[in-house]
Design a protein around this ligand. Structure first.
Ligand SMILES: [Zn+2]
Length: 134
């Protein structure tokens, strides 16, 4: 990716590889690029109900909610439709997946970019939900 907005004397080219990596972590990703990445990584679908999404119907969902200290970064941000996003609200991922195991199953299938910690907790919550229901 080109950084055309960076002044020449502080251009990315002048930084070492590790400095560049640090810089990327210090500043949260720009919302637009986060949105673009989430849409692509989640197969242009809502990761919870698998409904097809476009740029305009997409909302960004924080798997671990911001209110619980979730980061605004890949691994914690997935594409979701507005209705799933409002169902989930500020629930922790395992609470949400326990209540809505169908969402957990779709999440495991479509949320490629989600951090493996979230996938593990989703898998556990879904199997727990089915065990309780059985
Ligand atoms: Zn949805």
């Amino acid at each position: 990716m080109r950084h055309s907005c960076v002044p020449l004397h502080t251009g990315a080219r002048g930084l070492t590889r590790s400095a560049r990596r640090l810089r990327r972590h210090r500043f949260p990703l720009e919302k637009r690029s986060l949105k673009r990445g989430a849409l692509r990584e989640c197969g242009r679908r809502c990761v919870y109900c698998a409904r097809a999404l476009s740029w305009f119907t997409l909302t960004l969902d924080h798997i671990l909610p911001r209110a619980h200290g979730g980061q605004n970064d890949f691994g914690n941000v997935v594409a979701a439709c507005a209705s799933c996003n409002s169902i989930k609200g500020d629930l922790l991922p395992h609470e949400f997946f326990f209540r809505c195991p169908w969402a957990g199953l779709n999440f495991l299938r479509y949320a490629r970019c989600a951090h493996r910690v979230h996938k593990r907790s989703a898998r556990r919550a879904v199997s727990l939900a089915y065990a309780v229901a059985a």
